[in-house]
Design a protein around this ligand. Structure first.
Ligand code: IPE
Length: 252
């Protein structure tokens, strides 16, 4: 079986989060080129940025079901997914889009069930699944948002990856102006108040939401990296097994 690597690229890296559906095409092309050389065993997840958050907020999808909002939000993130998939294909990779709306059920905003058997098969056959933050059916409220971060941790729990990494628009977890080399559960009370929301419109919690997801994963014995995917070369290094940014560590 191929060793699995799970990489998420945040929506702030791929889009301008303040302007509706504005993809940063140069960044997408560069990221695709970096990934293409290191895509064995890779499952890629990307955020929504200004392709999903703005629709989700306009339709108040986190608070209540909007049937129109489900369609519009999903279609929007699929448009970004298409751009990422096509860039990967041009770069020489073999991407295949996977839409969480079609294989995931939420309860109270958390994944209750998700079909994941296909991912091991895809990577074994040389395909690179490309998932994205999405809207999904929620048993308790009709529909909800499943963030790319939540998808990453859910996949990591079921697929035992060798690498779990989240590429963001910052160098890692920043406290007192410095990038922390590592963060453990016990550090959260001290650093928590400094963790800001994401720039632009964000319905899934910014850096704090990200860290909470990853600390839950660390509690289960899986460590992960938060690194800067806007810096050229970083994705290649991280996929090559290097440590960069902040390591979210399991308890000693
Ligand atoms: C959000 O996904 C999904 C929607 C709003 C539809 P993410 O939370 O993973 O997106 P980013 O990385 O913050 O943009």
């Amino acid at each position: 079986m191929t060793e699995i690597k799970i990489l998420k690229i945040g929506g702030s890296v791929l889009t301008d989060k303040t302007v509706l559906e504005s993809a940063k095409m140069e960044a997408i092309e560069r990221i695709a080129a970096e990934i293409a050389g290191h895509d064995s065993g890779l499952i890629l997840v990307h955020g929504a940025g200004s392709f999903g958050h703005i629709h989700a907020k306009n339709y108040s999808l986190v608070e209540r079901l909007s049937r129109e909002g489900v369609l519009e939000t999903h279609r929007s993130v699929v448009r970004l997914n298409d751009l990422v998939v096509e860039a990967l294909r041009r770069a020489g990779s073999s991407p295949v889009p996977v839409h969480p709306l079609s294989c995931t059920i939420l309860r109270d905003g958390r994944i209750e069930a998700m079909q994941t058997d296909q991912f091991g098969e895809m990577v074994d056959w040389g395909l690179v699944p490309v998932l994205h933050g999405d809207v999904a059916v929620d048993r308790s409220r009709g529909a909800g948002i499943v963030s790319g971060d939540q998808l990453v941790t859910h996949l990591a729990r079921s697929l035992e990856p060798e690498i779990v990494a989240l590429g963001t628009a910052v160098d890692g977890v920043i406290f007192n102006g410095k990038v922390l080399a590592e963060v453990k559960r016990e550090d959260l009370p001290e650093i928590g108040s400094e963790l800001g929301p994401s720039a632009g419109v964000d319905v899934t919690g910014g850096m704090r939401g990200k860290l909470e997801e990853l600390l839950d994963l660390a509690d289960e014995g899986i460590s992960s990296l938060i690194f800067n995917a806007e810096k050229a070369g970083m994705i290649e290094r991280v996929l090559g097994g290097e440590r960069a940014g902040t390591l979210v560590e399991v308890k000693a």
